[in-house]
Design a protein around this ligand. Structure first.
Ligand code: B12
Length: 212
């Protein structure tokens, strides 16, 4: 079994110690952060997803796997580009998971990648109401707003959020990026978002391009 597979297995099993040790080992051996994330850490969630769907894995186990993934990401933080620290920030991004939705693994990954690419990120957390997004835009005047939704039922809250931003007269002030497993480019167009991002790397690339 490759080290990446071992890391994926450790995430799947929620083996926090194992994840830390294998992530560190891969880093010490010069593996690229992107590979550690995509092949190792997210590889673990790829094992979790179908098992959760099939009822072979339950909420506490999935949360443990998510925590394990977080331990790996924490170690990788310093490797994720030179963007952090004292460098001038490119732009401000307000991000959150929409109302009714508690999924935050993907959103947190987007936060980490954007922060490490010199974006100033304000994370509103999960189950964020349209009103809260509007208030945060008024307060922080961001260039971007990121909305995450993982449930087909909360996709509508994403639409409501975009509409609330428009109703508050703030739509032209921000670029709205949307993401999450059930979201597509078609849906993004339908709700008048500015861009759909399939993953955290795409979020960084699309936001950077929009700034140029
Ligand atoms: C982990 C998980 C959970 C965990 C969440 C833990 C946490 N802290 O997030 C727990 C166990 C709590 C959970 C609960 C539930 N879940 Co759940 N969950 C998942 C699972 C297995 C993985 C999601 C995940 O983290 N993926 C890994 C991350 C990295 O990927 P990602 O989220 O897609 O994010 C990437 C991109 O989408 C993108 N992205 C995401 N957000 C954003 C935002 C922006 C701005 C941008 C630019 C990009 C971007 O970038 C990310 C990084 O690359 C999925 C299965 C799946 N296939 O998605 C089900 C899934 C989403 N859950 C599902 C369900 C049904 C539920 C529950 C209703 C179950 C229940 N009966 O209680 C509850 C709902 C709770 C709630 N109100 O939100 C269903 C949804 C079905 C549907 N069509 O709506 C799924 C698809 C499972 C299934 N049945 O197939 N879940």
């Amino acid at each position: 079994m490759s080290e990446f597979n071992k890391l994926a297995q450790a995430v799947f099993k929620g083996d926090l110690k194992g994840v830390k040790a294998i992530t560190q080992e891969l880093m010490d051996n010069g593996a690229k952060a992107d590979d550690i994330i995509n092949q190792g850490l997210l590889g673990g969630m790829d094992i979790v997803a179908p098992k959760f769907k099939a009822g072979e894995m339950f909420v506490p186990e999935v949360l443990r796997a998510a925590k394990a993934l977080g331990c790996g990401m924490e170690l990788l933080k310093p490797l994720l580009g030179a963007g952090g620290g004292s460098l001038k920030k490119l732009a401000t991004v307000i991000i959150g998971t929409v109302a009714g939705d508690l999924h935050d693994i993907g959103k947190n990954l987007v936060v980490l990648i954007l922060e490490s690419s010199a974006f100033n990120v304000i994370d509103l957390g999960v189950d964020v109401s349209p009103e809260k997004f509007v208030e945060a835009i008024k307060e922080h005047k961001p260039q971007f707003v990121g909305l995450s939704a993982l449930l087909t039922t909360t996709m509508m809250a994403m639409k409501d959020t975009v509409e609330a931003i428009k109703a508050a007269g703030l739509r032209d002030e921000v670029k709205i990026l949307v993401g999450g497993a059930p979201i597509s480019q078609e849906f993004a167009d339908e709700i008048y978002a500015d861009a759909f991002c399939a993953d955290a790397i795409a979020a960084k690339e699309i936001a950077t391009k929009m700034l140029a």
